[in-house]
Unconditional design. Sequence first.
Length: 356
Amino acid sequence: MRRTRGLGRKKYAAAVTAVMILAGLLAGCGSEEPQHSARVELGAAMPIEGDSSAAGKSAELAVAADLQPADGEASQVAKVVVAGDSPAEGDDGDAKETAGSGDAPEPASSEGVELAAKAEATTPPAKQPAVTTPPAKQPEAVKPAALDIPTEPSVKFAGKKGAKLVALTFDDGPDDHFTPAILDILKEKKVHATFFTVGIQVKRHAKVMKRILQEGSEIGNHSYAHKDLSKLDSLKIVEQIKWTDININKQIGYVPRLVRAPYGAVSPLLKDIVKQNRRELVGWTVDTRDWEGSTVAEMRANVSKNTHAGGIILMHSFGNKYVNNTVQLLPQIIEDLKSKGFTFVTVSELLAAKKK
Ligand SMILES: [Zn+2]
């Protein structure tokens, strides 16, 4: 049969999905026929006769799932479709090879061909509204309220009013190389800073996370995979923040209040989500541009010229080899700013002082 020749795994999965949707729609109408046609179609599209690959099993499960109460229908089918797209271990190559070989079996009967053709012709696009399909549950999941309330202990600023404050911030870590070097300098200079951490790194460096906290610095959320949050929808934004929250909470025992958007890229939607979830979106006032290989001298001059009271200085504690320059720069700017009368605080202390 033409349709099955050279059918790639993705096309196969798409065909299975389309058929399952059709089966779902028609089964919802109480018709027996669609299930039959769905099975015939699946049989025709199966890579090997008698193959009991995960895809085949899943397809059958999907049909079975359609018969369950409408309540759990959408999610169950969705799950099975995903499973159908990921054959069991070792199946992948076989399926591809067989599907591409042109040896796929013909449908068992001409009736099968007819039904399969009918199914193909009448298969609606996935988004077509159907009277019998319950509303998808997803919209609930994208509510901004999906984030946990931050449990970071509230911070007070103990210094005197009108003090010249500055916050040092380090993004994209932690790691086990640059971040410890930065922590060594902060410890020696008796300065606290704020680390905007990326979820993937948080997962890998529990020890460094704990050290940051133990030595008096603060931890903020800088997304899970350093995505441009301004380009994402609610669900994806919430995921990026939440997955990092979970990992931070696991490592240091609280859900942070501070969020810094990767690249400083902010959308009205992101602002809204952050606000509704009682978080603080934190930017910066001085960008050292350490990430692009600025020299230590350039960065030192930049910081010296552009740092004012209430300033937030952006640096990185992970990312590329240029963080070596950051490590060299740090003691120099600490001394420069101290000599100008600045007091180093965490971002939360800075925010608290502003509210004072
Ligand atoms: Zn970043």
